[in-house]
Design a protein around this ligand. Sequence first.
Ligand code: AMP
Length: 194
Amino acid sequence: MTNIVLFGKPGAGKGTQADFLKIKYNLFHISTGDLFRFNINNKTSLGNLAKTYLDNGDLVPDNVTIDMLKECVESNFKSDGFIFDGFPRTISQAKVLDKFLHQKKVSISAMISLEVDEEILIKRLINRGKISGRTDDMDESKIRNRFREYNMKTSILQDYYKKQNKFHGISGIGSIEEINSRLTKLIDSFYKND
Ligand code: AMP
């Protein structure tokens, strides 16, 4: 099983790139942000619980997020692997994910970080908000809060995966195709080293 954590700040291009990678490598794409938005749109109890956090750009509490993630992995475990997009976002999420995968006799293959400066990301997100209508993309103060959350709770995960020799950083600046080719070159090199 190939299990990739696609990492990076909001707007770094994780979702866009995951859409290509899932087809090329036959992986199941799990975006926790998409799962929350699906639940919010369908007014489920999970959605009602998560809504205020998403609206404000705050992280949803770990226990809620972890339960949702585990359920999604369980129900799609027959795939060749997963792309985790937007998860883990805290150290405890990463630890739970490692333990959970270990119990299933698999592990994270690599964490790939798409690196882009915040000022570029703000412009990208504001533009995305005009098309997607995502309220957390339409307000600069909410975007800055999401970066604050990332810098306080999430960026530390790079060290977590570096310690396991699984961290890979690539530039997330350029055309979608350019970034896609950087990613596939990197992922193909893992397969060669198998
Ligand atoms: P995203 O689509 O990945 O930018 O996520 C949108 C929002 O969903 C975030 O700002 C959080 O409110 C929530 N969210 C997504 N993934 C997580 C996670 N792993 N932990 C906590 N909250 C999350």
